[in-house]
Design a protein around this ligand. Sequence first.
Ligand code: ATP
Ligand code: MG
Length: 356
Amino acid sequence: MPEQLTSDLLNSIPLPGFERTLGELRLVKSVSLNDRGVCEVSLELPVPGYPHQEKLEQSIREKIASVDGAPDEIAITCSLNVKGPESGASVGLRVKNVVAVGSGKGGVGKSTVAASLAYGLSSMGAKVGLLDADVYGPSIPHMLGATGKPEVREHLNTDGSVIQRIHPVQHDGLAVMSIGFLVAEENAVIWRGPMLHKLLTQFISETEWGELDYLIVDMPPGTGDVALTLSQMMSLAGAIVVCTPQKVALLDAVKAIAMYQQVKIPILGMVENMTGDLFGKGGARATAAEKGIPFLGEISSDPAIRIQGDESRLGELFKQESAARTNLLELCSNVAMEIARQYLAKPQAPTLEILQ
Ligand SMILES: Nc1ncnc2c1ncn2[C@@H]1O[C@H](COP(=O)(O)OP(=O)(O)OP(=O)(O)O)[C@@H](O)[C@H]1O
Ligand SMILES: [Mg+2]
């Protein structure tokens, strides 16, 4: 094997979509020659559904081909290693990115977007949890068709003491937690502020979420209480603000953005939902541009989305090809890219410079 064929050769290649090189992000795991003379490259990608994979692989092939005596055949394998601020570290969670999905107005599709992000990111290979923080109107169990009860199990602490941990419901490969699993749907629950705070705290720090790349939080409409509790507990990867294209929804979305900014949760961007004939199109993109925040995509108004959600089988949207699936997966990929972009732009994000 030519001497230059090592990870170092590839470390200077820029990662498309980010202002970082493969070396800075330690994405090249190995470069070797197998016994059939094939150059094998093992790579880690920092986001699921990475949209520039082909372009990156092309740059790698060109770089290897530029080496004298390089083999003709190159095999690249990619695995996923999601990057993130380890949002839950301060409360003992092993979750890389906690992402809030909120809006100013009710009924614009927060729960649909939150659940779709969970399914979509999971179908792209990420480990995902879904927390229904809408304790007044929990809709996640119904939308997913998830049943069962979170179990309380005893765990042994490192110091030998026994603690009780709540285990989320596992559904379609997602870890799911909702007050809807504990209280019958038709029973309205009146939660006072401190109880709400305590319940959310339990759902986060006393729950055994396991190792997750993303914990998606379906936020209740309006109020800033839940956002405040979350922001006090951990450093979120950010919040996504969902709105529909009408003027009133956009005005409320602007208020929601201000609310997140006030509690110091970074804004990942805006999503326009139910784009189409009925409500119009493009309002959220324009508002995002005005506010100087990213626009993450639009979801068409699509009866398939409503029907699958209403009939407790939202996950089926991700099982076969459809316009809705393509639409939602593109949104997931945009969201994953934006999360990684914002994280990697922060000064504390890891680089290899110290080692080079
Ligand atoms: N893109 C879409 N196309 C068609 N129907 C949709 C779309 N997005 C959401 N819906 C439907 O709109 C209704 C409201 O959606 P959803 O429950 O997700 O909103 P929400 O913002 O979470 O509401 P709430 O404020 O009550 O929590 C549901 O019936 C859902 O199926
Ligand atoms: Mg909802």
